[in-house]
Design a binder for this molecule. Sequence first.
Ligand SMILES: C[S@@+](CC[C@H](N)C(=O)[O-])C[C@H]1O[C@@H](n2cnc3c(N)ncnc32)[C@H](O)[C@@H]1O
Length: 260
Amino acid sequence: MPASSPATYSFRAAALAQLGGLMGILTLIVVLVQLGQIDPRPVARLLALLQGGIAATVALRQHAPPWWLGIHLAFVPLVVFAQDLDIAPGWFLALFLLLLTTFWRTDKSRVPLYLTNRATATALLELLPPGFHQVIDLGCGDGGLLRRLALARPDCRFVGIEHAPLTWLVAHLSTLSLDNVSIRRGDFWTEPLGGYHLVYAFLSTAPMPQLWEKLKQEMAPEARFVSNSFAVPDIEPTQEIAVADRRGTRLYLYTLPPAR
Ligand SMILES: C[S@@+](CC[C@H](N)C(=O)[O-])C[C@H]1O[C@@H](n2cnc3c(N)ncnc32)[C@H](O)[C@@H]1O
């Protein structure tokens, strides 16, 4: 193999050299553990801590969001350290299923679970003048918001769409006694929005541009879209409401531009 000059020695080649060294040392450790020369537990812990530190450093260089640094730092060390706890494996499975059915496809939707508080629900009620209104909560979580609104406004109809199985079940069960609420399990991207007077969402920054496109296509001309905390980029809200709560919630209210 011809020698590389400083100009042709690529990062890929450097990473391969590093990987080679790493594989070598891991092989040596495995062999020593097999031969009974070293105690595998402290080695595993040390390697796990090293892995966490390296993964977090790489993530830092990738400009990953701050919470990812914590996840990278703690993930493998927690897996390794948990081996020392006397916990039946079923509990890990149960916790995994609980998290899965609550957060569902957060990796795809980029929307975690957090809930609209009481003060914001009160501010939303003020956006519903007397008379019949049909309201939809896109990703209704545990249905707590819709329950509050529905109890306060029995003359209006409330619809919630939720894709996470467990939160959907909680929403469904907790609103069963309310005739003016309907909770559906599914993907709000496939829900036609034409029949609603008020469309509400508390999502994240990620889906807002695509959601605005959907609203422009489907929302009735006189309807309003209210987004909790996340503004639609580059679109001037018709109104901005500061909720008097501790987290300083802002509601961004949008109406569609008049058709030309
Ligand atoms: C931040 S929470 C808000 C919950 C509720 N709207 C509230 O304000 O209390 C967002 C919810 O949207 C759900 N979600 C995200 N993407 C969704 C999708 N494409 N279809 C249905 N639900 C979705 C999530 O599972 C989560 O429960």
